[in-house]
Write a protein that binds this ligand. Structure first.
Ligand code: 26M
Length: 805
C-alpha cells in the first residue's frame, strides 16, 4: 500500500491489462466484447492517467509541505499537442500498454489514433507556453499554468480551389479524458457597471454582469521525475440564477437561456489572429476573465499556507505571456486596495515585485492597445486604477527627464492621438520587475527600439531569455528512430533530459557507418510522412503565414527553379520536394492570397511532366503540433527567411536543426544563435542584416529597381502578374512590385544564390550528412530545460522541490 493507503498500480503488462478491463467495465460501463474503439481509447487514456494521478497527489503533498515560491504562468494560449503518447512515455507505460491492448485483441495504433490535439493557441507563443510547462515539471519547479478552455480551438484549415477555408475545431466533441474538472474551485467574475466611493475613500465596483469561471486541469508530468504539475483552464458559465424561469414559464424557451448563452460565449472560441486584432470587446473580456479567475485562485492557494500579504511576492511570481494577461496588474491592485484594504504604495510595491513580462514581438502594430471608451464601459474600476498608476509613473518620468514632454507622451499608459487607447505593453513594463525578449537580437532590439524609453529609465529591468523547445516532444517522441540511433551512438539516453550531451555526436560525425544509418533514418521519416520522393531534398517552410516571414520569397525561388528547368529541360537538376504548411489569419487577405498562389504554382508544376520529376510543391492542410511532429523529422532543409529584425525568435528553426535539418536563413531572431552554435559552414546564410534593412527602408526602398536589374526576378514576377499560374496571384505580384514592405525583392538574388549553394552541398552526400549530424550535436542549447533554468536563475529566483517516491 502507498502513502494514501491505496494498492499501488502495477507496472507489468498483465497488471495494466487488468486495469484496462476494470476501467472499461466500471468507468465506461462496457466489456471487451462490446467496446467501441472510442471506449477502448477512453479506457486506455484513463488507465495511463491513473498512473500520473498518483504522482500528482504526491507532488501536491510535497509542494504543500515545502510552501515554496511558485511560478504561475499566465497565458491566453497553450498548444499542448496530443497527450496520450507523451503521457505513456512519461509514466513509463508505452511498452506495457501496447502489449496489454494486443492481449485484449485491440489494435494499439487504431486506439491511439483517436487521441485529439487541443488546439488552444495560434502558433509560436502558445507552443512555447507548452514547452516551458514541460520543462518546469521536468526540472521539479513548482508551477501552475493558467489559461482558457476554449470550446473551439484554432480553426481547422481546408483548401477549396486552393484557397484557405476555415472550419470550426470542436476538439472536445467526444469528451476529453485528460481533464479533471474542479467545480469546487469556481470563481465569480464581474464586468461593466460603475464604481462607488464611501466617506472613508473606499471604492466599490458595482458590476453590471456576473459570470462564473469553472476550472478544470490537465496534468503536466515531468520526464524522469515524479513531479506532475497542472495547467488549469477556465471555462465561462452562466450563474445558476441566469436561467430565467419566468420567461420559460411564459413559453419563451430559447429566450430563457439567453443570459447563460451570453456568459458562456466568453470561452467559446480562440481568436485566430497571431499578430494584430485588437478592438474586439469579447477578446478583452476573455483576457479579463482569465486574469480575474486565475488571480483569485493564486490568492486562494497562497492563503493555504500564508497569511501576511508582505509574503506574497516571496511566494509568488506571475509570468505574463505577452500582454494578453496584463490586466492582472490592475486587477491585483484592485484586490489589494479595494478588497483587502492595503494602502496604495504598499500594494503597488507588492504588485511590481510579483510580476514579470515576456514580450514576443517587435512589430509595433502587434502591440496591444484598447480604446478607452470600451475599456471604461467593461472595466470601469481598472481604468481608474490605470490612471492612478499612470499619474505616479509619469511623475517619475518627469523627475528623471525634466522638460522632456515628448518622452512623457510616448511613455504614457494612455495614447492620446488619433484616439485615446490603453497601451498594454507600457502597462506591462511599468507593473513588473523584469521584462524579457525571447532571443538575443530580439532583446537588444526591444531595448533599443520598441521599448527604448523604458530601457533608458530602467536598464536593469531588461533581460534576454532565449526560447527553447521540449526535447521530449520534438525529438524523442516525434523522431523515435533518430532517438534510438542517438542513444546507441552516445551509449545511453541521458541526453533526453540533458540535451548538451548531444555534443557527444560530434565524434561520430565523420563515421561512415553512423552517417549511413543517419541517412537511413531521415529516409524512413520521409517515407512515413508520405509526401514526395524520399530521395529528393525535402525543403520545408512550416509556420503561420505572415508577410514578414516571407513565404512569398520561397515562392519566387520555386518559380525561378521552374523557369530554369523549362528553359533547359535536358539538364540534371537536384530533385526537391518543397513543403509548405501553415495557417493564415482568416481576415489577413494578403497572407491568404499567398496561400492560394502557392497551391496554384503547385498544380501547374504537377501538371508539367518536364518539371515534375525535379520539383514538387506540397501543401498539406491544417498545420498543427501533430503534423509538425511528422514533418520535422523528415526535413533536410529548414526555411527561416524572415526579414531581418522582424521575427522575435522562432522555435520551429530550433526543432528542425535539432532533427538534423540544415537551415537556410537570415540573421534574424534565434537564427543568429543557431548559426553561432552549429557553425557558419553548416548553415546557409543570406540577405540583409537588421541595420542594412533599416537603412534601406529609411533611404527610400524601390522594389522596382531590383525587378529592372534582375532578369530572373523579372521573369518570376512577370509570370505571376501575367496570370501564368491559373490566373492566381496578381495581388501578390503587385504588392511586391509596388510596396514590398518586407524587402522580398531586395533579398531575392542573395536567396537564390544561397539556394544554388544548397544544391551543390546536397550533391556531396557525406558532407551533407556530416553537417546534418553536427546540427543535431550542437543544438543542445535550444532545450526548453535551459530556457527554464535561465528564467529560474535570472527572473523567477525559484528553487526545485523534489517529490519523494
Ligand atoms: C492578438 C490579438 C487578438 C487575437 C490574438 C492575438 C495574438 C495571439 C498570439 C497576438 C500574438 C500572438 O502570438 C504571437 C507569437 O506567436 N509570437 C511568436 O512567439 C514565439 C515564441 O516566443 C516566437 O518564437 C516568434 O518569433 C513570435 O512571432
Amino acid at each position: 500500500r502507498n502513502g494514501m493507503g491505496l494498492r499501488p498500480l502495477g507496472t507489468s503488462a498483465a497488471e495494466f491489462e487488468q486495469d484496462l478491463l476494470s476501467n472499461l467495465y466500471y468507468r465506461r460501463g462496457t466489456t471487451v466484447e462490446s467496446a467501441s474503439t472510442q471506449d477502448a481509447y477512453e479506457t486506455l487514456a484513463l488507465t495511463v492517467r491513473d498512473r500520473l494521478a498518483e504522482r500528482r497527489v504526491r507532488t501536491a503533498a510535497a509542494h504543500y509541505a515545502a510552501n515554496p515560491r511558485w511560478v504561475y504562468y499566465l497565458s491566453a494560449e497553450y498548444l499542448l499537442g496530443k497527450q496520450l503518447e507523451q503521457n505513456m512515455l512519461y509514466s513509463g507505460t508505452d511498452r506495457i500498454a501496447r502489449i496489454a491492448l494486443q492481449q485484449l485483441g485491440m489494435d494499439p495504433d487504431e486506439v491511439e489514433s483517436l487521441d485529439v490535439e487541443p488546439g488552444l493557441g495560434n502558433g509560436g507563443l502558445g507552443r512555447l507556453a507548452a514547452c516551458l510547462l514541460d520543462a518546469m515539471a521536468t526540472l521539479d519547479i513548482p508551477a501552475v499554468g493558467y489559461g482558457i478552455r476554449y470550446d473551439l480551438g484554432i480553426f481547422k484549415q481546408t483548401f477549396s480551389d486552393g484557397a484557405q477555408v476555415e472550419k470550426p475545431d470542436d476538439w472536445s466533441y467526444q469528451g476529453n479524458p485528460w481533464e479533471f474538472p474542479a467545480p469546487d474551485d469556481q470563481q465569480t467574475v464581474f464586468f461593466y457597471g460603475h464604481t462607488e466611493r464611501d466617506e472613508a475613500g473606499k471604492t466599490t465596483w458595482i458590476p453590471g454582469e456576473v459570470v462564473l469561471g469553472e476550472p478544470s486541469h490537465m496534468l503536466v508530468p515531468g520526464h524522469g521525475t515524479d513531479t506532475v504539475n497542472i495547467v488549469r483552464l477556465w471555462r465561462a458559465r452562466g450563474s445558476e440564477s441566469s436561467f430565467d424561469l419566468s420567461r420559460f414559464s411564459a413559453g419563451q424557451y430559447a429566450e430563457a437561456v439567453d443570459e447563460a448563452v451570453h456568459a458562456e460565449n466568453i470561452s467559446k472560441v480562440l481568436y485566430p489572429d497571431d499578430s494584430t486584432d485588437s478592438g474586439r470587446e469579447l477578446r478583452l473580456k476573455q483576457q479579463y476573465f482569465l486574469v480575474s479567475c486565475s488571480l483569485r485562485d493564486i490568492i486562494r492557494r497562497f492563503r493555504l499556507r500564508n497569511s501576511d500579504w508582505a509574503d506574497f511576492p516571496k511566494k509568488t511570481v506571475i509570468q505574463l505571456n505577452d500582454t494578453h494577461p496584463t490586466l492582472a496588474i490592475p486587477e491585483l491592485m484592485r484586490l489589494l486596495v479595494d478588497e483587502e484594504g492595503l494602502n496604495w504604495d504598499l500594494a503597488w510595491a507588492l504588485v511590481r515585485q510579483t510580476f514579470a513580462y515576456t514580450c514576443h514581438t517587435l512589430l509595433p502594430e502587434a502591440l496591444e492597445t484598447w480604446p478607452v471608451p470600451m475599456f471604461e464601459r467593461l472595466l470601469p474600476r481598472h481604468l481608474e486604477i490605470i490612471y492612478t498608476i499612470n499619474e505616479h509613473f509619469l511623475a517619475e518620468v518627469r523627475e528623471a527627464f525634466p522638460g522632456d514632454a515628448d518622452r512623457v507622451r510616448r511613455m504614457s499608459l494612455i495614447q492620446e492621438e488619433p484616439e485615446r487607447r490603453v497601451r498594454m505593453a507600457n502597462l506591462a513594463v511599468v507593473g513588473t520587475q523584469a521584462v524579457n525578449g525571447v532571443a538575443e537580437l530580439h532583446s537588444e532590439l526591444l531595448a533599443s527600439t520598441t521599448l527604448r524609453d523604458f530601457a533608458e529609465l530602467w536598464p536593469d529591468k531588461f533581460h534576454n531569455v532565449t526560447n527553447g523547445i521540449s526535447p521530449r516532444r520534438f525529438i524523442r517522441i516525434a523522431n523515435p528512430t533518430l532517438s534510438s540511433l542517438i542513444t546507441e551512438g552516445l551509449g545511453g539516453d541521458e541526453w533526453i533530459d540533458d540535451l548538451d550531451r548531444l555534443a557527444g555526436l560530434e565524434a561520430l560525425a565523420d563515421d561512415a557507418s553512423f552517417q549511413a544509418r543517419w541517412r537511413a533514418v531521415k529516409q524512413a521519416n520521409k517515407v512515413r510522412l508520405g509526401l514526395g520522393d524520399p530521395d529528393s531534398l525535402t525543403d520545408v517552410m512550416i509556420k503561420r503565414f505572415h508577410e514578414y516571414k516571407r513565404q512569398q520569397l520561397k515562392l519566387l525561388h520555386i518559380i525561378t527553379m521552374y523557369h530554369r528547368i523549362k528553359a533547359n529541360p535536358g539538364q540534371a537538376y537536384v530533385p526537391r520536394t518543397v513543403l509548405f504548411a501553415g495557417k493564415a489569419a482568416p481576415a489577413y487577405h494578403a497572407a491568404k492570397h499567398i496561400i492560394r498562389l502557392i497551391n496554384a504554382v503547385a498544380a501547374v508544376i504537377d501538371a508539367d511532366p518536364a518539371v515534375s520529376p525535379y520539383l514538387k510543391v506540397v501543401f498539406p492542410a491544417n498545420y498543427n503540433v501533430t503534423l509538425g511532429s511528422l514533418i520535422i523529422p523528415a526535413a533536410d532543409l529548414s526555411e527561416q527567411i524572415s526579414m531581418a529584425g522582424k521575427e522575435a525568435s522562432g522555435t520551429g528553426n530550433m526543432k528542425l536543426a535539432l532533427n538534423g535539418a540544415l537551415t537556410i536563413g537570415t540573421l534574424d531572431g534565434a537564427n543568429i544563435e543557431i548559426r553561432d552554435r552549429v557553425g557558419g559552414d553548416n548553415f546557409f546564410l543570406f540577405g540583409l542584416d537588421t541595420p542594412a534593412a533599416v537603412a534601406l527602408k529609411e533611404n527610400g526602398y524601390r522594389p522596382r529597381d531590383h525587378y529592372d536589374r534582375d532578369a530572373e526576378l523579372r521573369h518570376a514576377l512577370d509570370s505571376i502578374l501575367d496570370g501564368k499560374f491559373l490566373g492566381i496571384g496578381r495581388e501578390v505580384g503587385e504588392s511586391l512590385l509596388n510596396s514590398d514592405e518586407y524587402l522580398t525583392l531586395a533579398d531575392y538574388r542573395a536567396y537564390v544564390d544561397a539556394q544554388d549553394e544548397v544544391d551543390v552541398a546536397w550533391q556531396d552526400t557525406e558532407t551533407w550528412t556530416r553537417k546534418s549530424i553536427l546540427n543535431t550535436a550542437r543544438s543542445g542549447f535550444f532545450s526548453a530545460d535551459r530556457t527554464v533554468r535561465d528564467y529560474a536563475a535570472e527572473i523567477w529566483h525559484v528553487n526545485p522541490v523534489k517529490v519523494a517516491r
